[in-house]
Design a protein around this ligand. Structure first.
Ligand code: SAH
Length: 256
């Protein structure tokens, strides 16, 4: 084979490859921006949290592949204050300021699994807190809506979600008791603060066949984590999943 022939073959192949790239809409110079570094940090701890930390006597098994994948991926350490970062992958709640807490990872997994969330579903969260639960939901479906009542927490959660490029999540400052009428109805609703009763506006904003996970009970008592279902004719049924302790759902207008 002559050297010229080889050189020409190489040129043809190169031009062919370039044409394919241009034809597929991507430029030769286009580079995908690297992922925020937090996703690569502390992976082993996240894997252990899910594979070992979630298991325990009397606990519901977390077997939903989408939930496992999501919680192995979302960097929880990015959502907690500096002083709590070391403990980010222990199975406990952590303070996030303003008297609020980011829930225990197992409870996040249990609630997310109970929702039976599928890609493409629209989900509303009440109580954005750190933004962690919203990120866990966003790994499963791009249609995530979340409401927070405490302004500095709302702002911090919004900033974190943006930094990690969860751009599809919509976050609002307000009293989540009333839901988010503009985007209703929702396939799923998850409430991450304890209510004294199931807020009627939230049940109203659930699609027929929809599900809501919500802790119900007073502040100084053990609450019941309920899975509420709305049947096709709008009827309600509910089932207790677990006994839990959540911070209370606060009522009233947030400070703007
Ligand atoms: N899901 C959060 C943790 C929730 S802590 C996370 O992943 O970090 C409960 C949150 O509910 C707190 O941030 C609290 O401010 C918020 N909250 C309490 N009452 C609320 C209300 N009426 N509407 C919206 N958020 C509320």
């Amino acid at each position: 084979m002559s050297r010229d022939f080889r050189r020409n073959t190489f040129r043809v192949l190169f031009l062919l490859a370039a044409a394919i790239q241009i034809g597929s809409g991507s430029s030769l110079l286009a580079v995908t921006p690297p992922e925020p570094p937090a996703f690569a940090e502390r992976q082993k701890e996240r894997d252990d949290m899910v594979r070992v930390g979630f298991k325990g006597f009397g606990r519901t098994a977390i077997g939903d592949a989408a939930v496992i994948r999501s919680m192995e991926r979302v960097p929880r350490h990015f959502f907690v204050p500096e002083a709590a970062k070391l403990r980010a992958y222990q199975d406990g709640p952590l303070p996030i300021g303003y008297g609020q807490t980011i829930s225990q990872p197992y409870v996040v997994a249990l609630m997310t699994q109970a929702l039976g969330l599928k890609s493409g579903m629209k989900v509303l969260e009440i109580g954005s807190g750190s933004g962690y639960q919203a990120a866990v939901l966003a790994e499963i479906t791009p249609h995530v809506f979340t409401i927070e009542i405490i302004k500095p927490l709302y702002e911090a959660a919004k900033g974190r979600l943006k930094q990690l490029r969860y751009d599809s999540v919509k976050i609002s400052l307000g009293d989540g008791y009333y839901g988010w009428r503009e985007f209703a109805p929702f396939d799923r609703i998850i409430v991450t603060c304890a209510a004294l009763h199931i807020p009627p506006p939230l049940f109203e904003q659930l699609k027929p066949g929809g599900k809501m996970v919500i802790p119900v009970g007073g502040n100084f008592e053990t609450q019941r984590l309920l899975l509420v279902t709305k049947d096709e004719s709008g009827g309600r049924s509910s089932q207790t999943l677990e006994l839990v302790r959540f911070v209370p759902l606060i009522r009233g207008a947030p400070e703007k």
